[in-house]
Design a protein around this ligand. Structure first.
Ligand code: HEM
Length: 213
């Protein structure tokens, strides 16, 4: 039988956009952990020196937020929850064991990916809003001390939430065979699409049929 051609999932601009987010996330997360825990202070050297880390960390955060907004505007409609997500969530133990789940008709993104998406946008909005309140020397002087304290708490909690979520995201991206090529080469094997995202696979094929001259 002839092997089906890989399917395009992201174009070059989408991939560059995602890797800008990922790169800024790593810079901001590593330097942030360096500020937070004394035993991790050495991580501040990711920007060269601790002083530079203190200056550049907020800028990396703002770039990450702006780049993620482009992803948000592009993908939010594919990340809306639907009835199928319930089937996926109820059978997560079988899905993680790579077993077939009857009645699962996942579209472009599965329930797990949708959760990552919404946690990411909520944490990034909280990180940006609280980050502005605590950003010395530019904005912090405009806010009362109790608000700055609250913002520090929100900033830390949102950062921990996002870091844990992205660790799960990276694990899933590397662990599920065929996924990482989506963000590196832009394509996924047809068998991967059929198995993990059957509704999306059918939609892509139907569109290809319609577009045929
Ligand atoms: C640092 C290492 C990272 C790796 C290896 C990675 C890997 C991937 C891969 C392979 C995909 C394609 C999945 C698919 O289409 O099924 C993807 C999609 C995506 N990634 Fe990442 N990623 C990383 C960091 C991040 C970060 C930091 C964020 C956000 C703060 C992020 C947000 C997303 C989003 C929103 C999607 C599209 C999925 C959706 O809309 O539900 N990624 N990533």
């Amino acid at each position: 039988m002839r092997k089906e051609k890989p399917i395009q999932r992201y174009n070059a601009l989408e991939r560059m956009n995602h890797w800008v987010v990922a790169f800024c996330f790593i810079l901001a997360a590593i330097s942030g952990l360096g500020f937070f825990f004394p035993s991790f202070n050495w991580l501040m050297n990711i920007f060269g020196t601790p002083q530079l880390a203190r200056i550049l960390h907020p800028f990396a955060g703002v770039i990450m937020f702006a780049a993620f907004m482009i992803m948000f505007l592009r993908y939010w409609k594919y990340n809306l929850f639907n009835r199928n997500d319930l089937v996926w969530a109820k059978n997560i133990h079988r899905i993680t064991l790579n077993e077939e789940v009857e009645g699962d008709d996942t579209g472009r993104y599965n329930f797990g990916q949708k959760c990552v998406f919404w946690v990411a946008i909520i944490s990034l909005v909280l990180l940006l809003a609280s980050g502005i309140v605590i950003w010395r020397p530019y904005f912090a002087h405009a806010f009362p001390i109790p608000l700055i304290r609250l913002a520090l708490l929100v900033h830390s909690l949102a950062a921990v939430g996002l870091i844990i979520t992205i660790m799960v995201h990276i694990y899933a991206a590397l662990w599920i065979k065929g996924t990482i090529t989506a963000m590196v080469e832009g394509t996924v094997p047809a068998a991967w699409a059929k198995k993990h995202h059957p509704r999306w696979y059918r939609e892509v094929r139907e569109k290809q049929q319609e577009d045929k001259p």
